[in-house]
Structure formats: C-alpha cells, structure tokens
Design a binder for this molecule. Structure first.
Ligand SMILES: C[S@@+](CC[C@H](N)C(=O)[O-])C[C@H]1O[C@@H](n2cnc3c(N)ncnc32)[C@H](O)[C@@H]1O
Length: 280
C-alpha cells in the first residue's frame, strides 16, 4: 500500500501561523482616532497600495493586513525567480551573507529558506533586514525563527537595522542584496541612491535582486535607473511574471482581506562585475 504524507509544508504552516497570530484587527485608527474594523483596514491597505496615499507601515493593523495580503505571494514569487536564475550558484555557499533593503516582515529571508531546504547542504546564514519601520522587527524575527524551526538544514541569524536606505549607511559586502518592492515607493533620486548603495554593498560577481509591481511606467523608470548604473549585467529580467502562489487560502479569508494569491511581479536579477569599470 502506498503511504501518502499529508503533512503541510513550511509555506502552508506559515499561512496558518500568520492567521493564528496576526489576524486580530484591533485598536484605534491613527488617522481618525476611532475604533477600527476589518473592512475599513482592508480598504485602507488596498487603496494605499494602489496610489491612494502612502503605505502606513507604522500602523499595526496596516502591517497585519499586509501580512495576509502579500506575505505568501511575495515569498513564493521571490522563491520562483531565484530558482529560475541564481540558485545553483548560491546553494554552493553554506554561510551566505544577505541583506534586504525594505525587507519588512522578512519575505526574502523566508524565500531563501524555503528554497535551500530542498538542498542536501547545511546552511547557516546571516540575513540583515534594513527597514526604516522599526515595528517590523519583532514580526520579522518571529516569522523567520518560527519558519527556520520547521526546517532541518537551514539556520538563519535574522538581524534588523532601522535605517533609511536612501541615506548613507555603512555595511559589509553581501552575496545577495535584495531591493524588494521598495523602488516604487521612491522618487528618481531615491531610486538612484538605493541602487547605487546596492551596487556598493554587493561582492564582485554576486547578485542584486530587484522586485516590484509590474506597471509599465514603473518598469520603465526602474529599468532606466538600473541601466544608468553600469556596474552589472542583467542576468534575467521579466516585466510581468504572473503566478499563483500555490498555497490554498480559505475562501472567506481571501475575499475579506483581498489576499493576493495570484500576483504579477516585475523583476531584475543583476550580477555585479568582477572588476569595477574605472571612468577615464
Ligand atoms: C512594499 S514593502 C516590502 C516589504 C517586503 N520586502 C515584501 O516584499 O513584502 C516596502 C518596505 O520598504 C520600507 N521602506 C520604504 N522606504 C524606505 C526607506 N527609504 N528606507 C528603508 N525602508 C523603507 C517600508 O517600511 C516597507 O517595509
């Protein structure tokens, strides 16, 4: 008789964990001062992500709705694009050194763990999450530590620094610098500063991974900023990478939170040159 293992995988467990620990919408709205309710918080999150005001990551309910709406899809999309591009190189490095600019809840750390768990090696890596919103820190560390507890061969040291990445800051050089869904929140100068910083903080011959929303005007602007920094080769870019996240969301949750289970992402995977071009 064939035995089928129905044990949920780490991604399914992650969704269950988020539902169990981060679903309670409560307290006062920072804008109105009135008690919140779920539909109002979902509407606020939805509209702000569609250009109706700035994202409000300092609000605990905004962050919770963000987790339900985007965490799983962003993580799966990041997994998929890395699998299609650089995984064979990075899976050779047992002690990866990785940073995410605007990593928020830790999408990129979760994606790397989800990928590396399928490899034979033992991984022990440092993941620096750099975000100006300090209140992501406990959520990031909770999610990454919980997820790594479900995986045997991957240990992560999840460090967090509250930093505005458009400013100057010191750091070491990394194997991967993620620039995830943040360039859309910046103007031209901000995009240039962040990408220049990403270039400086990447080891020669290693990688910068940019992900963002797939609107044509935004893709054009990001592509221009990437091209203006002549320090890397574009290994692969896809303007619209649409995929189902592959995880089943309960129907009522999906509808009530407008959860993104199928989502388009634009991405660029860049490999930094071995030797920097010196201008004459
Ligand atoms: C759309 S979220 C992306 C979060 C996560 N990477 C994901 O994919 O779900 C953008 C993140 O960038 C952060 N952020 C925006 N501008 C920033 C800046 N100038 N410096 C540092 N973090 C910034 C926000 O606080 C937020 O956590």
């Amino acid at each position: 008789m064939i035995e089928i293992d129905f044990t949920p995988g780490p991604m399914e467990r992650l969704l269950d964990y988020v539902i169990e620990h981060y679903l309670n919408i409560e307290g006062l709205c920072p804008n109105t001062g009135l008690s919140v309710d779920r539909p109002q918080c979902v509407k606020c999150n939805y509209e702000r992500h569609r250009g109706g005001g700035k994202p409000l990551y300092s609000c605990q309910n905004f962050r919770k709705v963000y987790l339900i709406r985007f965490l799983i899809t962003h993580t799966k999309q990041t997994c998929d694009l890395i699998r299609r591009t650089i995984i064979s190189d990075i899976a050779k490095i047992p002690n990866l050194f990785v940073v995410s600019f605007g990593g928020g809840p830790g999408v990129e750390a979760l994606a790397l763990m989800e990928l590396l768990r399928h490899y034979d090696g033992k991984y022990d890596f440092v993941f620096d999450n750099v975000d100006r919103e300090l209140s992501w820190q406990p959520i990031y560390q909770d999610l990454v530590r919980t997820f790594s507890g479900w995986i045997k061969n991957v240990d992560v040291n999840p460090r967090f620094s509250q930093i505005d990445v458009t400013g100057d800051f010191l750091a070491k050089q990394y194997d991967i610098v993620f620039v995830p869904w943040i360039l859309s929140e910046l103007d031209k100068e901000g995009r240039h500063r962040v990408l220049s910083r990403a270039r400086d903080l990447t080891q020669p011959s290693k990688y910068v991974v940019v992900t963002d929303r797939p609107e044509s005007a935004l893709i054009r602007k990001i592509s221009e900023s990437i091209t203006s920094i002549q320090a890397w080769d574009v290994i692969k870019s896809e303007p619209k990478f649409k995929k189902h996240c592959g995880i089943h969301f309960p129907d009522d949750l999906r509808a009530k939170f407008r959860a993104q289970v199928e989502y388009s992402t634009a991405y660029w995977v860049l490999k930094k040159h071995e030797v920097q071009d010196v201008p004459f």
